[in-house]
Design a protein around this ligand. Sequence first.
Ligand code: PMP
Length: 355
Amino acid sequence: MIMRGWEGNIRKVVPYTPGEQPKDKKVIKLNTNENPYPPSPDLMRAVKEWDGDGLRLYPDPSAEILVDAIARYHGVYPEQIFVGVGSDDVLAMSFLTFFNSSKPILFPDITYSFYDVWAELFRIPYERLKLSEDLSIVPSDYFKENGGVVFPNPNAPTGVDMGLDAIEEILEHVRDVVVIVDEAYVDFGTRTALPLIKKYENLLIVRTFSKSRSLAGLRIGYAMGSPVLIKYLNDVKFSFNSYTLNQPTICLGAKAMEDEEYFQETLRKIIDTREWAKEELRALGFSFADSKANFIFVKHKYCPAERLYSELREAGIYVRHFDQDRIRDHLRISIGTQEEMEILIRFLKEYLSSI
Ligand code: PMP
């Protein structure tokens, strides 16, 4: 390929590939770990009653009502909360702010595939540490010198929970750089590392409204940590774009934190369906690490993952396949409604018995 002279000075990156968002509404969408249930009726009402009059004004750059609602919910101070446009924005800002060393940052080899994209974008050296054969993170691998640590708990796309003791073990050994625990899926049955922010000033917890709160379309993510970490994050954010969250999002996001009962009920349904799906998938010859997230990362005993992926797609059921070393033989199946999962299982039963 011919490169023009001016192209030599361009910041070139290989972008992250998000899961597909099909236009066809009839598709059973088990490919992006969204919540299959709608936002709460109270939130839907607030959307309908939204008064657009104030839109001529800029939104509150500090998103105070949203920050306050999140702080209240978690029992921390507003100075301990940073908000952004989905946790992708929060994570990107965190990489830019905290990973500024010449030593490599560390994350698992099988994990959220945006981490290496941000590292490449911001020219941060990085090292991927191999998960064990059973797809768990090995804490002692992270004890070496590094420029920062980031991992999801539970991990994605495996769904494996590493447990608070293992997280604290890492924190005990990694004192001089920032440790980010990406808790995108924590509400589906894992213990949060939040209590540890009191003890470890260098710990940042990142959360999202996209999964457990049924609001992927609104784009809200947040980070929790010591006030000093949050201040550094805000300094970078305000050097980049003051108005990240828009007015409706700030209001609706604050409102969404109020409906605890609906939130818990939705979580319960997803967890019950996940546990049901595990049994069914196992009976069909799938194996998987035990998932604590709203997806299961499965491998079939004889049917190649890519073939299953195409067959499912043909049948209008979208799941995710990663064409990546070590996980090429897996599919990540998000947990849909009970009815959607029953359709999936019925299809798999028929297909696998026909080949
Ligand atoms: N972290 C992990 C581990 C994820 O899987 C995702 C979803 N793609 C995100 C962060 C980002 O989610 P969002 O930007 O919607 O908050």
